[in-house]
Design a protein around this ligand. Structure first.
Ligand SMILES: Cc1cc2nc3c(=O)[nH]c(=O)nc-3n(C[C@H](O)[C@H](O)[C@H](O)COP(=O)(O)O)c2cc1C
Length: 189
């Protein structure tokens, strides 16, 4: 079973991360999951739910503690076995830490390890508007080979619901790692 790392941080739009988890596990991937404490706060704010409730129907995942620097995911020799690492959504704080080599938790360490081992790293950065600092951090990581994506759904596929809009963004995340899916209709399809 192929493995993917998924980190969920405390930016608005944690629904993108949890939907990605659901889709990846349904597609047969095993997901190593890290959820920051701030993501849990946003989950409660935006959806009125706690983490166990959101995870109760998900199979084929392992939850790693945000503070557990002894996790296998912190090690380059383990991370190279993964198809890739997603940070979805990625707060500007986590973006800044990874762009500047600062490790304050397991998510930052995973970002750093993915960078040094050239493991595909995809960040869905969510903030509006962006400051010069945000843009510089995104450029720095893009130049280092990271795929930086904005949480911006399109409208050409004529979404009818929030779910359709979320699925579009999640589909684009899967495209980034060349994972096949049918989450949205492609242009002129
Ligand atoms: C309801 C709520 C929404 C937030 N939305 C964003 C956001 O969209 N983008 C962002 O960068 N930070 C946002 N924040 C602030 C982050 O949670 C904060 O910077 C935090 O330190 C991020 O920590 P983490 O990256 O370890 O999860 C939000 C906070 C709350 C409580």
């Amino acid at each position: 079973m192929q493995r993917v790392v998924l980190c969920i941080t405390g930016a608005s739009g944690v629904i993108y991360g949890f939907r990605l988890l659901e889709v990846l596990t349904n597609l047969g991937y095993f997901v190593d999951l890290v959820v920051s404490s701030n993501a849990k706060i946003v989950l409660k704010e935006e959806h009125g739910k706690d983490l166990p409730e959101v995870l109760k129907n998900i199979k084929n995942y392992e939850l790693h503690g945000e503070r557990n620097l002894l996790s296998s995911l912190a090690s380059g020799s383990r991370l190279v076995k993964y198809k890739g690492v997603y940070i979805v959504p990625c707060s500007t704080s986590t973006l800044a830490c990874i762009a500047n080599g600062v490790n304050q938790n397991l998510i930052h360490r995973i970002g750093e390890t993915a960078l040094k081992e050239r493991v595909p790293l995809v960040l869905l950065v969510r903030e509006m508007p962006y400051s010069k600092v945000h843009l510089e951090n995104m450029l720095k990581l893009t130049e280092a080979g990271v795929i930086v994506m904005p949480a911006s759904p399109a409208f050409y596929h004529k979404p009818k619901s929030i779910e359709d809009m979320v699925n579009f963004v999640v589909g684009k995340l899967l495209d980034a790692l060349r994972i096949e899916h049918n989450l949205f209709k492609r242009w002129r399809e």
